[in-house]
Write a new protein. Structure first.
Length: 337
């Protein structure tokens, strides 16, 4: 056997002959801390090895709703719950319709009281599997059924073992050959029939209670629950942000129109030379800075820039020509003999 709590518990149930009253007292008083693998359409809990379904009583659901009115049982998926009061019952079911069963038998975990533990988060280290698909549990169930059938046959009155020779060569009715019919009883009789609620009934109750709350407040119930509310809040925030962006865009357009209408003042701009040895920074020909990331130049400013460029070019050319003439004058002096 592995370290699975469910596997140990269910194995003890089969050893006790399906009678939960014969289970060890120290076992039935244990609290079960489990991880909710699925909450709808089946409420499946896991011990990190196997998962089993939970069956809630009416009193357990009412107690949970009174203590935790803001939490739905169907919303507990991927959370931890603590089952404080529970019991086990064995039922005969149709295994073709109930996937949490094997060979027509199901051990039900009846929950009488539980509470959520939302502060504790568990990340499963392995993928839990159906406990009724485990080979060891299948062998335990098969052995249990075989022992029950043997006990039923031995308890039957006026029944003798069949004659093998008559069975192999005889003809006629089965009863005349001494063959025992299995339809007379398989010995599977279990105590306990605790009434429980299906998870769909619980979901319907939660839906009605939430509708009553919204009607009492006077609000309109939004389909989809908390997820829909979050999406509507996000949509309203996005609309506000887009409205702010459009307002900013309008103000920028107004500033640009005003800056285009302005004309730079006529006249030459003299570039002031800096006293320091650093290269003097040229004044910006575009005039005042615009609200854009780069300066926006008007046609008048561009013409002013061309005039400034031509004037600086003439000055630099005059200096270069003067330097060349002085150099040529020195070279033209005749050499003395």
């Amino acid at each position: 056997m592995s370290q699975s709590a469910f596997k140990h518990l269910y194995n003890e149930m089969f050893k006790a002959g399906g009678d939960a009253s014969k289970l060890p007292k120290n076992l039935t008083k244990q609290l079960l801390k489990v991880f909710v693998k699925e909450s709808h359409p089946h409420f499946l809990v896991s011990d990190s090895y196997f998962y089993v379904p939970c069956y809630f009583t009416d009193s357990a659901v009412k107690e949970f709703r009174d203590k935790h009115p803001s939490i739905n049982i169907t919303d507990l998926e991927n959370n931890v719950i603590l089952i404080t009061n529970w019991s086990l019952e064995m039922r005969k079911v149709d295994s073709s319709a109930v996937f949490t069963s094997y060979a027509g038998l199901e051990v039900r975990l009846i929950v009488h009281s539980f509470k959520p533990n939302l502060n504790e988060k568990i990340v499963p280290t392995r993928h839990p599997v159906n406990i009724y698909r485990d080979d060891e549990m299948k062998t335990v169930i098969q052995h249990f059924r075989h022992a029950k059938a043997q006990a039923a046959i031995s308890a039957a009155k006026n029944v003798d073992l069949p004659d093998v020779s008559k069975v192999s060569s005889g003809k006629g009715k089965v009863e005349s050959l001494g063959v025992i019919s299995g339809s007379k009883g398989d010995g599977l009789h279990f105590k306990g029939a605790t009434a429980t609620l299906s998870i769909q009934d619980i979901a319907d109750r939660e839906r009605k209670s939430s509708a009553k709350k919204t009607a009492a407040v006077g609000g309109v119930r939004v389909k989809g629950g908390a997820a829909a509310k979050r999406s509507t809040k996000a949509g309203s925030k996005a609309k506000k942000a887009s409205a702010k962006k459009s307002d900013v865009g309008k103000t920028v357009e107004k500033v640009l129109k005003v800056s285009d209408k302005k004309v730079a003042p006529k006249g030459k701009q003299s570039a002031k030379r800096s006293v320091s040895k650093k290269t003097p920074a040229l004044p910006s020909p575009g005039g005042k800075k615009s609200t854009h990331t780069t300066d926006r130049m008007t046609m008048a400013g561009f013409k002013q820039f061309l005039k400034y460029h031509d004037s600086t070019k003439k000055k630099s050319l005059g200096k270069r020509s003067a330097g060349k003439s002085s150099a040529s004058g020195k070279a033209s002096k005749p050499k003395r003999k």
